[in-house]
Write a protein that binds this ligand. Structure first.
Ligand code: PLP
Length: 421
């Protein structure tokens, strides 16, 4: 295996020789070379809205491939999507297109720095791999690349902006609804606003997940700039930055050879149309919600220290130890249900009806085996530390209920010491 960065790109933890050899994906299912079928709740973190190989999206992409308009030669599809973004964001905004969430967030940050002439960024959450996000080794200090990570802590952001607002170009926040919620996001946004610093919401994960446009809008929270990706093109490589003219005018040169490739833009147009036409958001909420409720019941019945946080749109299994979580994920996979360890599950619209019932039955079987395997954990309550570790592993930040003072700093110092870059 000569793919040097492959280990960092294994959404399923599958790898040659160490997991099933997946040869096809359709709807909520994956199929391996031996003809085994798996229900997929991870969706490669890409085809998270409609499921794998959605026929309408595939047809739109195939048409674009066949017609052959080269990247950038026509702006029509991009313009239509940009118009749609303006409607969904609900103000006078323009949109710049990119291939990945990482590139889009980086461009938004660079544009904010140029627009304000200020060097520093305050940040919470994961924004992709880029040297810009190389963490400071000491918690709550400014990194070599000018980033202050406040790990979603309102007091840390407020203190930093009180002292340094004049040097801060933007506050960049990846919303989270599993371990923190709208109230905390609202508080962070209010702190930025009071300090007169723009907010960039990194909506790569949650934009278009619950409904059209930014997830924060559903809670009355607004920013100046939004970055979208996973909700846009159902697994095709497209991301965008949408925002007001003052920042977007700085985007002119931030582009790349294939940024305006027709295939991804057509896939996005088909995806966005289908999200509305098929009531996809409501359906994911209802069917995913049915699954999440069924899982919660079964976790309680198992008496193991396991929990599910989140809602039907997006949820995470929290386990007392990585071994317990690993055994649950392995047991489910062995029975035909793919769960993502250490991260959230993002069921698609295709996960519905009998697939939900099958998945619940599979999980029940896996839990029965787990209870026998980890019998010494029966009746042991799930610790706060398990929630803390789960939040860290999913969002690179601290949950709403987190240690304070020296305990908080010690926890962060430990985590930062083992960060891989
Ligand atoms: C909130 C957030 N921002 C940025 C990124 C990076 O996006 P990409 O992997 O498309 O570069 C991710 C990826 O999961 C993400 O969840």
């Amino acid at each position: 295996m000569r793919c040097a960065n492959r280990a960092g790109c294994l959404p399923y933890g599958f790898d040659a020789g160490a997991g099933p050899d997946i040869v096809a994906g359709r709807g909520c299912y994956l199929f391996d070379r031996d003809g085994e079928r798996y229900i997929d709740l991870c969706n490669a973190f890409g085809s998270v809205m409609l499921g794998h190989a959605d026929p309408d999206v595939s047809a739109a992409a195939a048409h674009a491939i066949t017609v052959g308009v080269p990247a950038g030669a026509s702006r029509r599809t991009a313009s239509r999507i940009a118009d749609r973004m303006a409607i969904d964001v609900g103000s006078e905004v323009s949109t710049a297109f990119f291939k990945t969430g990482t590139m889009a967030v980086r461009a938004a940050v660079c544009a904010a720095r140029r627009a304000t002439g200020r060097p520093w960024i305050a940040s919470a959450g994961f924004h992709g791999w880029d040297v810009m996000w190389t963490p400071a080794r000491t918690p709550f200090t400014v990194s070599d690349t000018g980033v202050f990570d406040f790990f979603y802590c309102a007091d840390a952001l407020a203190a930093f902006l009180t002292e340094h607002a004049g040097k801060v170009a933007a506050v960049v926040i990846s919303p989270d609804y599993l371990h923190i919620g709208p109230d905390q996001l609202r508080a962070l946004s209010a702190i930025a606003r009071a300090a007169n610093v723009m907010t960039i919401f990194d909506e790569v994960k949650y934009g278009y997940r619950f409904g059209p446009g930014p997830s924060v809008h559903r809670h009355g929270i607004t920013g100046e700039v939004y970055v979208f990706a996973k909700g846009l093109a159902n697994g095709w490589s497209l991301a965008c930055v949408t925002g007001a003219a003052a920042v977007m005018s700085e985007m002119t040169l931030f582009t790349s050879t294939l940024a305006y490739s027709q295939v991804e833009l057509c896939a996005a147009e088909a995806t966005l149309a289908k999200l509305v036409a098929m009531g996809v958001w409501e359906s994911i909420g209802a069917e995913g919600g049915r699954f999440a409720a069924g899982v919660r019941e079964r976790l309680v019945a198992s008496r193991l220290p396991l929990d599910l946080v989140g809602t039907g749109h997006c949820f995470q299994l929290v386990a007392e130890s990585p071994e317990l979580e690993g055994a649950l994920v392995a047991g489910a996979r062995g029975r035909g249900l793919v769960l993502q360890a250490g991260d959230q599950q993002m069921p698609s619209w295709a996960f519905s009806g009998p697939a939900v019932d099958d998945a619940l039955n599979i999980l029940e079987g896996a839990l029965t085996e787990l209870a026998a395997q980890f019998s010494w954990l029966l009746g042991v309550p799930l610790s706060k530390r398990a929630h803390l570790d789960a939040a860290w592993s999913q969002m690179d930040g601290l949950p709403a209920v987190a240690p304070t003072g020296a305990d908080r700093t010690a926890f962060l110092a430990d985590k930062l010491a083992v960060r891989r870059w």
